[in-house]
Design a protein around this ligand. Structure first.
Ligand SMILES: [Zn+2]
Ligand SMILES: [Zn+2]
Length: 345
């Protein structure tokens, strides 16, 4: 049955005609403008008050994205296709011209609209704290009475710190940054944006190198009525280093790692694993370190003994043969020179 549109009088199936239905329905809406907040230092973008990780997308792409995100479409808009034409109108201003195509209640629709996009450059929380020399904790890594940290230990600690700070930042901790790393007498100071990062770093350095870990906290003031603390985490390295060759109960062992205050060792002859108490690790003789190993040519092979060529003097020397090492004369092995002669690794 044909009827008449109550609004315009045109013939219609039922109720308002198609023209009047479309006119009275809001198909899309846009706010008056949209703002893109970007850190001028690191390029991070703020979304809904939260700083995101910086990405390599150009500003134009972020502006177009912000315009698209600001667009609201009627839920009955089917298969909407949105095209954005971005026009630069100032140093930090753009106009996003939006065209929307799709189907609405079975009819092809095309709408056009535009929205100003403003780029707001600020310093993000992280960058302003870095610039303001902000820090919450200091990890102090030190040698001990018998030895100071080696260069390679210092380098390795720096590497661990860099990768942990990076991982924490990517995990969402804005304060996961290194304010400064400085080599000081006896070791390394690592100054950090967050106490949480400090604790994790100190623990992971201790896991890697062994030794002791001591945390102290100091009240440094009040902020918004809350006490502000700074923590100092002291990691003191043990006497033994990973890779040290030690003599223990008449046998040679290699320091394999640490578990709290216990030193994990493996016998050089059989590879059998064992451990050393804190007391023993303070006194066992250290003969050398795996890091000082050199290649040496094997001259002859016996069941228990290898005759090798001293890699420095080229004279022949004897070394005990690790069980299970299969080697032929003419091949090379790794040796460490110790006060008690060569040790084959
Ligand atoms: Zn009508
Ligand atoms: Zn930033």
């Amino acid at each position: 049955m044909q009827s008449i549109c109550p609004k315009c009088g045109a013939p219609t199936e039922e109720g308002l005609c198609r023209e009047c239905t479309l006119q009275s329905t809001q198909l899309y809406s846009l706010p008056g403008y949209v703002e893109v907040v970007i850190c001028s230092v690191c390029g991070a973008r703020q979304i809904k008050g939260k700083w995101q990780l910086p990405d390599s997308r150009p500003v134009e792409e972020l502006a177009s994205q912000a315009a698209a995100d600001a667009l609201w479409l009627h839920k009955d808009f089917e298969e909407p296709q949105i095209d954005i034409d971005l026009i630069k109108i100032g140093a930090t201003r753009y106009m996003a011209r939006i065209s929307i195509r799709g189907r609405f209640h079975g009819h092809e629709m095309e709408e056009r609209c535009e929205i100003p996009v403003r780029i707001k450059l600020v310093a993000c929380e992280r960058c302003s704290r870095i610039a303001g020399k902000y820090f919450q904790s200091t990890v102090q890594v030190r040698g001990n009475d018998t030895r100071s940290m080696t260069d390679s230990e210092i380098e390795e600690c720096k590497k661990i710190a860099n990768s942990m700070a990076e991982a924490g930042y990517h995990g969402g901790d804005q304060l996961s940054f290194i304010q400064e790393m400085k080599e000081v007498k006896g070791g390394l100071d690592i100054i950090l944006g967050s106490t949480q990062l400090g604790r994790r770093l100190a623990r992971s350095i201790q896991e890697r190198f062994g030794g002791k870990f001591l945390e102290t906290c100091k009240l440094v003031g009040k902020k918004e009525n809350r006490d502000v603390f700074r923590s100092t985490l002291l990691v003191r390295f043990p006497r033994l280093r990973r890779g040290d060759i030690i003599s223990y109960r008449g046998m040679l062992y290699l320091v394999a790692g640490f578990d709290g205050k216990t030193t994990l060792i493996a016998s050089l002859r059989e590879g059998r694993r064992s451990s050393l108490s804190e007391e023993n690790s303070e006194v066992v003789p250290i003969l050398g370190n795996r890091a000082d190993a050199k290649r040496a040519m094997v001259i002859s092979v016996d069941d228990d003994v290898l005759e090798i060529m001293d890699p420095v003097s080229y004279r022949s020397a004897l070394a005990s043969r690790p069980r299970g090492l299969s080697v032929q004369p003419g091949e090379e092995v790794n040796v460490v020179r110790t006060a008690d002669g060569f040790v084959v690794l």
